[in-house]
Design a binder for this molecule. Structure first.
Ligand code: CP
Ligand code: NVA
Length: 303
């Protein structure tokens, strides 16, 4: 039984295989006649829609469930919810606050669990990100990715995915918002070393990819004013893209808080790849599910 709670649940070979399957427009219908429960504790535009369509394309039936409706750890325990959903569905996806929630679901060992974003990780987005970069550059080995802003769920998953594919990963953000030691150890265990920069202009100089995410993630709304002050100087604007150089492309997982972490001119500008990146969410999700419910179950190498 395999799960995707974070990118390093995959080996480098498996990551490549998932990305290969993402570009297969006629993948095996691994969900034929089955359901996939999609449980959301937080809002979503891209994740819900891309997952629903990916499940449909694999022959399955997606079922959107607002967590408040089933009351995880309120009406009944996460474990009892998981046992119930697993008796109807071949796979469960969950978007949660506490990462421990998806770990508890996986701990039941009943059906594959897919993390559709937790406070710690957003692996489905990172799959779409590296798929987008492969389409842009081909092999990512030796490419450079600079992440500007909050060392959050998005950064962890992106750093793992890009780093495991051989890219050089840089981070720049204010003190207090950088990855803790334990996270850097986990990245290192996956062979990923992140270079940290104090100044955004230094981090992006000569880079291939500039990536940012919101300064205030879902669930952190009470900290928004403080974060806005702390992240001043780490906005991706036209001047920062100029410092990056003419070959740099811009990515953002979206939703963008335009005028905060990024300007309209960058999101809508010539370097932006955010719309192909968003579109790739569906292809990446389909590739992941085709692998997770097909080859990962069969024990096949995918060769
Ligand atoms: N990028 C992303 O996960 O978007 P949603 O929150 O809209 O799903
Ligand atoms: N870091 C953001 C990502 C949204 C897709 C959040 O967790 O809200």
């Amino acid at each position: 039984m395999r799960h995707l709670l974070e990118i390093d649940d995959l080996t480098v070979d498996e990551l490549h295989r998932v990305l290969d399957l993402a570009t297969d427009l006629s993948p095996p219908r691994v969900l034929e006649g089955q359901g996939m429960a999609l449980v959301f504790e937080k809002p979503s535009a891209r994740t819900r829609n891309s997952m629903e369509m990916a499940v449909f394309q694999l022959g399955g039936h997606p079922m959107y469930i607002q967590a408040a409706e089933i009351g995880m750890d309120v009406r009944e325990s996460v474990e009892d919810v998981t046992r119930t959903l697993a008796s109807y569905h071949g796979c469960i996806g969950a978007r949660v606050f506490a990462h421990a929630t998806v770990e508890r679901m996986a701990g039941e060992g009943l059906v594959p669990i897919v993390n559709m974003l937790s406070d710690e990780a957003h692996p489905l987005q990172a799959l779409a990100d590296v798929l987008t970069l492969q389409q842009e550059f081909g092999d990512l080995a030796g490419r450079t990715v600079a992440y500007v802003g909050d060392g959050n769920n998005m950064f962890r998953s992106l750093a793992l995915a890009a780093g495991m594919l051989g890219a050089e990963v840089r981070f720049t953000g204010p003190p207090g918002y950088r990855l803790p030691e334990a996270d850097r150890d986990r990245l290192a265990a996956a062979g990923v070393v992140v270079a940290e920069f104090d100044r955004a202009t230094d981090a992006v100089a000569g880079i291939d990819v500039v990536y940012t995410d919101v300064w205030t993630s879902m669930g952190q709304e009470d900290e928004a004013a403080q974060r806005h002050r702390d992240f001043e100087g780490f906005r991706v604007d036209e001047a920062l893209m100029e410092a990056a150089g003419p070959k740099a492309v811009f990515l953002h997982c979206l939703p963008a808080h335009r005028g905060e972490e990024v300007t309209d001119g960058v999101v809508d500008g010539p370097a932006s790849r955010v719309w192909p990146q968003a579109a790739n969410r569906m292809h990446a999700a389909r590739g992941l599910l085709a692998w997770l419910l097909g080859e990962a179950v069969d024990g096949g190498s995918g060769a």
